[in-house]
Design a protein around this ligand. Sequence first.
Ligand code: ZN
Length: 688
Amino acid sequence: MSNPLLRLQDLPPFSAIRAELIEPAIRQVLDENRAELQQLLEAREFSWASLVVPLEEMQHRLSRTWSPVGHLNGVLNSDELRAAYNICLPLLTAWHTDLAQNEQLHRAYEHILRNEGASLNAGQRKLLENALRDFRLAGVALPQAQKQRFKQVMEQLATLQSKFDENVLDATNAWSKHITNPGEICGLPSSIVERARSAAQTQQQEGWLFALDAPNYQAVLMHAEHEPLRQDFYSAWSTRASDQSPLGDRWNNSNLMQQILALRHELANIVGFANYAEYSIATKMASSVTEVREFLEQLATRSRPVAQREYDELTALAGRALNAWDVGFYAERLKQKRFALSEEALRPYFPLPRVLAGMFSVAEKLYGVRIVERPDVDVYHDDAKLYDILNADGSRRGSFFVDLYARPKKRGGAWMDECVGRRRLGSKSSQPVAYLVCNFMPPSRSSSAPVAGANEGPPSSEKPSLLTHSEVVTMFHEFGHGLHHMLTRVDYPSIAGINGVAWDAVELPSQFMENFAWRAEVLPLISGHVDTGEPLPQAELERLLGSRTFQAGMQTARQLEFALFDWRIHAEYTPENHGRIMDVLKEVRDHVAVVKPPAFNRFPHSFQHIFSGGYAAGYYSYKWAEVLAADAFSAFEEQGIFNEAVSRKFLTAILEQGGSKDAMDAFVEFRGRKPRIEPLLRQLGLAA
Ligand SMILES: [Zn+2]
C-alpha cells in the first residue's frame, strides 16, 4: 500500500498520517532525492532549467512530506510522533548539509550564474546568490575532516534543540494548580474560572483545576487578587524546565543550553567566524555585530528613563515595592484608573469569529482578495479550520489552516508556518498553504450554568472564544506572516513567501499588520458584542486607542532585555566562559530592565525562540523589523490606511516579492527611501 505522506498533491491527508509511516516516507523521499541529484550531476553541461529547477522540485517534495509531521509534532504531540520526529531530524539535517557541502553542485551553481546570469531575472539571480552564500556558510571549500565535523555539529544541534522544546512542553504540561478555596480565585475572570471548574470536573475533582497555559497564566498574573496564587503561577512559569522548578530536575535545560551555545560557537568557528553572532549576521540585513549592538543600545537609552517613570507610577499605585508577580496586576489596575479600560471587560466585544471576519475584510480591502472558509477538509483536530484566499476573478491564490486554542500537548505561543510553498516549476505547480497557530482561550463548551451576566442560551450552546485586544493584535501579527507566505508571486520555493527573506526583515509584514488592529477605521470591523453584535462603543474605542503607548517604555525595555541577552550570549561566548548565561542575563537586566526578577527566575530555560527556534543571535530582529514596519505603516497614515495605491504598492513591492529581492531594496522600492526610526519612536511614545 502506498504511503499517504508521499506524492502529496493537495492538502496533507492528516487523518491518514500515523507515526509509523513517517520514517519510511522521509527515507524514501531522501533516497529518491539523492539518486536524482546523483543523476543530475552526471550531466556535462549545467543550466538553470536542467539543474536548479529539478533541485527546487526535490526540496519542495521533501518539505511537503515533512511539513505536516513538524506541524503535528508542535500542535498534537504524542510519544509516538515525537519518536518518529526525532528519528528523522538527523536524516534531514544530513541531507541539507550534504547538499550545501557538495562541491560539484557548488561549481555547477557558480557556472550557471556566470553563464546565464545576464538572461536570468533578478529573482533567479537572487536564488543563485543565496545558494552560493549558503554553500560558503556550510564550509563547502573546507578540508573533508572539517566538513565532516560541521555536519556532525548540525545534527547534534538539531537533536539538542528538539530536546529543549520537549523539556519545555513536558514541564509545562506537568504542572497544574488545584484550588478548593473560593477565596483564592478572587478577581479571576469568570471565563477562566469556568474553564478551571470544568477541568476539575473532568478529573472528578472538587473546585478548580488550572493548567499552566497562556490564557490561565496571563489571567492569574493580571487579575488574581490573592497574591500567593500569582506568586505560585509566576514561580511555576518562570522556572519551567530549570534547576529551580518545583517539579524537580527532570526537565532541566541547563546543560542543553550550554551544549547548544558551545556547538553554535564551534559551528561558526569552523566556517571562519569569530562567534555565532557574526555567523548569524552573514544572512541578515544588519551588516555587523557592532551595528546590531548599537541599534539595541540606542533604543535602550531612549526607553530606559520612560520605563523607569512607568514603573515608579506602578509602585506609587501599589504603595509598596513590587514583586515580579505584582507588575501585571498593578499595571491592569493603573490602566483601569487612567483609561477606565480593562482588557477583560473588552473581551465580549472581540468574539473570535467576528475578529477573523473583520481581519479578513481588512486584507480584502487592502489587497483585492477574498477569503472564504472551505468546509469538509481533512483536519487533525476539531479546532483546526481551513480558509482559501481568492483572487478578484475567483481563482484560488492560497489557503491557510487556523488552529487557535490552547490545549495540552500543544506548543505555547503563536506562530505561522509553511504547509505548502508556492511553486511554478515547468508543468508542476502548487499554491501556498500556511498554518496559523495561537493559544487563545477555547470556546466554552460546558453545559453548566452560563457565565454571569451573559444571556442564557440552550444548555449545549457554545460560547465563542472571546479575545483580549492584545490577543487580537497577536492574531493580526500571525496573519501578517500568513499573507507574506500566501500572496507571494514567486515561482521558486526557496525564495517564495518568507523563504530566503533576511531573518531580520521577516517580522516586517507581521508587525506592519498589527497596526491595523489599532485603527479607528478597523475596530468597528473586528468588534461586535458577543450577545448584541454591537461594535465597540465610540468612547471605549477612543480609550483603547489612547492606551496604545501605555507602558510602552516597559515593554520596549523587556524586548531589549531579551534581544541584548540573546545577542551577548552568542557574541561573547568562549569555550572557557560557557556563555555565562545567567551572569549575562543579570548584567543585561541591571542595564536595561526596570522590573528586577527574583533570583529563582530561570527565564532562559524556556526561551524557545533562541534555544530551539530560528531567532538565535536574531531576537533583535523584532525591533529591527519594527522600525521597517512602523515606517512602512506611516506611508499608510499619510495617505489613508485603505488608500489603494499605497496598499497595492506594499503588496507588489514587499509581500509578493518574498525572498526574491534584497530586503533593503524591497523596502526602498515601497517607501522611496531607506527606513527611518522616527515612526517607531512616535508609535512607542518615545519620540523626543
Ligand atoms: Zn512574528
